[in-house]
Design a protein around this ligand. Sequence first.
Ligand code: URA
Length: 243
Amino acid sequence: MRDPDGPAVAEAIAELREAALGCVACQLQADRTQVVFGCGNPATPMVLVGQSPGEQEDQSGEPFVGRAGQLLTECLARCTIQRRHVWITNIVKCRPWTRTERGKGRNRDPEEDEIQACRQWIEAELALIRPKVIVCIGKPSAELVLGRPIPISQVRGRWFVDHRFRPAWVMPVLHPAYIVRKQGQADYEPLCQQLADDLETARQKARQLLKEPVQPTAAELANAEPTAPDPLDEADQPSLFDA
Ligand code: URA
């Protein structure tokens, strides 16, 4: 399915990226190699929103390319999603880090003021892309998008409705950085599969919403429940979201 708005969205996103690359809205700009803007397909119905870049992302300029990113890419591949099919971004666009005593840098979580300074960019991205499904990777992302405290381990894989950015279906998932830390433990593989299953559920929802001529009512959205994944059947499709 070709999106007639695709080129216009791509152009607008490219302009937004140019603007974001020069951002000096918070202290993170002082120690960054570069701004890490979102990447992928801006005409996609499905956006993945993470927390903030780490060292590898800061070096490469692309979100989710370090260890956690590789696991995310692997889980996407398990449900036949390639990175170019979706938009992948973060709520904070510059790497938060602290200098250790040995002079090396250690990644840290973003501070609230850094998240607030940066939210203009994720808000603008979502306003341009207008995704039907937003997958929030980890708690800070889910809390920013949904605007309330989110007990991530209790609600991962469940659907919420985003009334703040626009009506869209929002699914919080566990952050792959959390899963990476379980490597070598018995729950590592089940957690990887759980993330892959959540992503597959999100993809199916995006496909279903693309096919629906009428948007669900507010009441339907408010009663959103998790959906079961369907069997894979898209091996040769140019877009995973084609009807
Ligand atoms: N890399 C990213 O780009 N975002 C995260 O949230 C974690 C790692």
